[in-house]
Design a protein around this ligand. Structure first.
Ligand code: HEM
Length: 336
């Protein structure tokens, strides 16, 4: 009689044999191609170009002594690439907003803004992920990046130009990349979403908003400066909306009010991104408290970035809030 130990050792061998037979049988039975997973035309990977995408992260740093890379450089590259993708999507959606407003479809423009805000929130939320890399680690591979810098992000400049931060000096930042310069320049004289909104209001006007006609032919290569006549017009948009609460038929211009609020939300989020970025930069390389630390793009680093804060694209939309309450300041008891 076989010992218990022997019996135990034989059973798995028998199971193993039957498993092998089953696998061989399966292999010899032709499997009909699943039309979803085995399309000869399109797969998940081929449609989304996943192999190509995963081939795009190419770290450049090599330790001079060991020749090894730095493990955090992958995060640094992926984060920037993801941002570029979201910039692309935002530019696409802002095009959509312009188109809807040009066709007087205010509610559809508002709907697209809902999506844009969600993207903005994502890109703001992503910044602290970079901060999981210690500044001591970043310092190890930072020099290898020079002179590349976010300064040269063509899509970021397209976003700024589209929205009204129209600084032609930025065209010089892309170095010898003439194609990028030409591409960026196309965005310099684009009417901004705010231009499109005001043009839309002018068409909806019926002598309600009193849009100053000279604004409609403004030089769209220039940023928006505070325009008190337009602030008056915006005040009407906001007050009209308020009339609905008092039974005054304010629904008529509710869509325009919503667009104004969406423009403001976008402007706010963009400024918050700038603030999050400068604090992240300060955390990584310092340069606000104490002497400036140069960026890889050659600017005064965090100090330059801090100088871009609190500059809205569309000042009128901020100025109009002061019309809705609060007395003009007579001085603060705690101010010096
Ligand atoms: C360790 C992380 C980062 C550091 C230390 C850093 C540092 C800097 C510095 C110093 C500048 C000023 C220009 C210069 O001289 O280089 C700058 C600009 C810029 N960076 Fe970053 N950055 C970081 C991550 C990012 C990320 C993840 C993005 C996302 C796209 C980004 C986008 C930009 C953009 C668009 C500018 C131009 C801003 C402007 O001109 O107003 N940066 N960065």
């Amino acid at each position: 009689m076989p010992s218990l130990a022997h019996a135990h050792s034989r059973r798995p061998r028998a199971q193993g044999r039957s498993l092998t037979v089953a696998v061989l049988l399966l292999m010899s039975t032709p499997v009909p191609p699943n039309p979803i997973y085995h399309s000869t035309h399109r797969t998940y990977g081929s449609y989304l170009k996943v192999p190509e995408l995963l081939d795009l992260q190419q770290p450049v740093y090599a330790d001079p002594r060991t020749g090894l890379g730095h493990r955090d450089e992958l995060l640094f590259i992926i984060m920037h690439q993801v941002y570029e993708l979201w910039f692309k999507q935002m530019l696409h959606e802002l095009d959509g907003v312009a188109e809807h407003l040009a066709h007087d479809q205010a509610l559809r423009a508002a709907q697209l803004f809902e999506r844009i805000h969600k993207i903005m929130h994502l890109v703001i939320e992503q910044l602290p992920l970079m901060e999981t890399m210690f500044s001591t680690e970043f310092a190890k591979f930072r020099d290898a990046l020079r002179p590349a810098s976010g300064f040269q992000s063509v899509q970021f400049r397209k976003l700024e130009f589209t929205c009204g931060k129209k600084d032609p000096k930025m065209l010089q930042l892309v170095g010898s990349d003439d194609a990028a310069r030409v591409e960026m320049a196309k965005f310099l004289d684009r009417p901004t979403p705010y231009d499109h909104f005001i043009r839309h209001l002018a068409r909806e006007d019926h002598n309600v908003f009193n849009i100053p006609r000279d604004f409609l032919s403004r030089d769209t290569t220039r940023p928006h400066a505070l325009n008190e006549s337009l602030v008056n017009s915006l005040e009407v948009v906001y007050r009209k909306q308020d009339e609905s609460r008092k039974g005054g038929g304010g629904e008529r211009y509710y869509a325009q009010f919503r667009v104004a609020e969406h423009l403001l939300e976008f402007d706010k989020c963009f400024q918050i991104w700038r603030f999050g970025h400068v604090k992240m930069v300060e955390r990584m390389i310092g340069g606000i408290v104490g002497p400036a630390v140069q960026g890889t793009g050659g600017s005064t680093g965090a100090q330059y970035l801090a100088s871009t804060l609190m500059q809205p694209f569309w000042p009128d939309l901020w100025a109009v809030r002061a019309r809705f309450g609060g007395a003009p300041t007579t001085g603060c008891p705690v101010a010096h």
